[in-house]
Design a protein. Sequence first.
Length: 270
Amino acid sequence: MQPHLIVTDLDNTLLNAQHDLDTLTIETFQALAAQGHYLALASGRHFHDIAAFRRRLGVPAYILSTNGAHLYAPDDSLIAEQWVPAELVRALVELPRDADIRLNLYTGDEWLIDAPAPELKALHAHTGFRYRVADLEAHDGSGVGKVLCIGDPAALAALEQSINASLGTRLHVTYSMADSLEIMAEGVNKGATLERLLARLEIPVERCLAFGDNLNDAEMLALAGHGFIVENAHPELARRVPGATRIGHHHPFGVAQRLREYFELNLAAG
């Protein structure tokens, strides 16, 4: 079989309900790597966060981090990146927002947040990646791949309208979860970075499988020759990518099950 590129989102897609990797998923990815297929992890998470899961998988994999703002090779070398223009970061920080919305900046090395948010720690319990509380009002806006706003969906919807009205044409705004509004530079999304990776590997889209669950996966799923949406996906995602195939629930291993079927892998479940 010719090599394929398999690219997958993490939270609520590849990871289980505990935001962790189960044994069958690890075994499946190791079997695919042994067959010579290319693997990639595409997430809104920071590179250091994603790299921890790659180590757990035990496979060489490309990383599309921060919703595609950064593309890394399996050896951690940087292939490409695109920052949010500093003046737009400053404008986003200064934009009025609900007091309960937590403002986050993803820099090259850090996850900065404007106030403690202990409830976020469970999401990263298996990687050890942690935020640092910082005075974001004093940040100069440089070296930021993503501005992340976490809060009540209704409050985020109001903020999204404000962003689109004032800055939207110069930014890419999407959601990774109902309570997570993701803001990158114009043209930055998982699909655009996947297109760059496919060209680098000289893999046609027909030999690309992509898996996702939320709106920040839409461009990636639409580009791939075989787009798969997990059962638990955001209901709007299927409407945005009507050509994608629905598969099983992410918990415990819907992605691994579909990959086993597609590539006829003979692995025991659990």
